[in-house]
Design a protein around this ligand. Structure first.
Ligand code: PBG
Length: 324
């Protein structure tokens, strides 16, 4: 049967009918909200490249955490901006380090909020690369040891999930082993598995002060033309023990998300990154499009492509809109 018997417009006639047949629905419980915490701040500081996003001082975190939780968002992912940087990123391991203290602060204020931590060196190294440098390049195996220690120190502070974002080979396995050996078999790993070398991280690097001081990240982050390789990266990470795997960025890689959904039975996360966020915010600020419609369309597309979890700077605003 087809026209005139079939009339797809019947199912679009009213808002209630459209809601009834919607194949994808968003909920605050789909989201993880990223939080930037800076050492030595006395009050929150707006991030110029990301309108509506702040760097927070430690003292405000409890309040922020409760706000996120009350909106129905299950968790946050923490990014630390330390005062001291060196070649090895050693401030990332300190018991009194910015992320370690932030985890304790949040867990004290809001124990049920899931705390995830970004495990990487780029915010802590003076050269801004995601690993230890030897002979001008990032040394994969030397970096693994530091990442594993960082993951254990986050778990010790109370993190529920650690999320390695460095893109070193073999990091999920060594982190899993180290967590298990240290008595943290209940702490999960969310792997940034298919993380592309993307221009869309620009605003984040400004926010986290983590731009590489020489060269770029092409020798460790994935090359944008590749899709099969993303599936291989995801399968390695699942074999090594990842609990959740991620595709990042989201919008330019929805094809990767859709293929991952068809290929793997595992929770899939998408990171709707800083550049994707700022593009929407700036377009709305300029009056080029309606912000709410842009945000909801973007987030719905990510879910429709197959994401179970959406990490997004829009999360607070979207959760508020979804409650209305
Ligand atoms: C690395 C890290 C980055 C992001 C998350 N973790 C930046 C990078 O790889 O340069 C990007 C997030 C975003 O752009 O929103 N620690």
């Amino acid at each position: 049967m087809s026209f005139p018997e079939d009339r797809p417009r019947r199912l679009r006639r009213t808002e209630a009918i459209r809601r009834l047949v919607a194949e994808t629905t968003l909920s605050p419980s789909d989201f993880i909200y990223p939080l930037f915490v800076a050492e030595g701040l006395s009050e929150s500081q707006p991030i110029a490249s990301m309108p509506g996003v702040n760097r927070w001082p430690l003292v405000d975190l409890g309040k922020q955490a409760r706000h996120v939780y009350e909106l129905g968002i299950p968790g946050v992912i923490l990014f630390g901006i330390p005062r001291d940087k060196d070649a090895e990123g050693s401030s990332s391991l300190a018991t009194e380090g910015i992320v370690q203290r932030s985890i304790r602060e949040i867990k004290d204020a809001c124990p049920d909020l899931i705390v995830m931590t970004d495990v990487c060196l780029c915010e802590y190294t003076d050269h801004g690369h995601c690993g230890i440098i030897h002979d001008g390049d990032v040394d994969n195996d030397a970096t693994l040891e530091v990442l594993a220690q960082q993951a254990v120190s986050h778990a010790t502070a109370g993190a529920d999930f650690v999320a390695p974002s460095d893109m070193m080979d073999g990091r999920v396995g060594i982190i899993r082993d180290s967590l298990d050996e240290s008595g943290f078999d209940h702490v999960g790993v969310m792997a940034y598995s298919a993380k592309y070398c993307s221009a869309f991280y620009g605003p984040f690097r400004d926010a986290a002060d983590s731009a590489p001081q020489f060269g770029d990240r092409r020798t460790y982050q994935m090359d944008p033309p590749n899709a099969e390789e993303a599936l291989r990266e995801i399968s390695f990470d699942l074999d090594e023990g990842a609990d959740i795997v991620m595709v990042k960025p989201a919008l330019p890689y929805l094809d990767i998300m859709a293929r991952a959904r068809q290929t793997f039975v595992a929770p899939l996360a998408a990171y709707n990154v800083s550049g994707e966020y700022s593009m929407v915010k700036l377009a709305a600020e300029k009056g080029l499009a309606d912000e709410k419609r842009l945000v909801m369309e973007v987030l719905t597309s990510i879910k429709r492509a197959g994401a179970d979890i959406i990490i997004s700077y829009h999360a607070l605003q979207a959760a508020e809109w979804l409650r209305q």
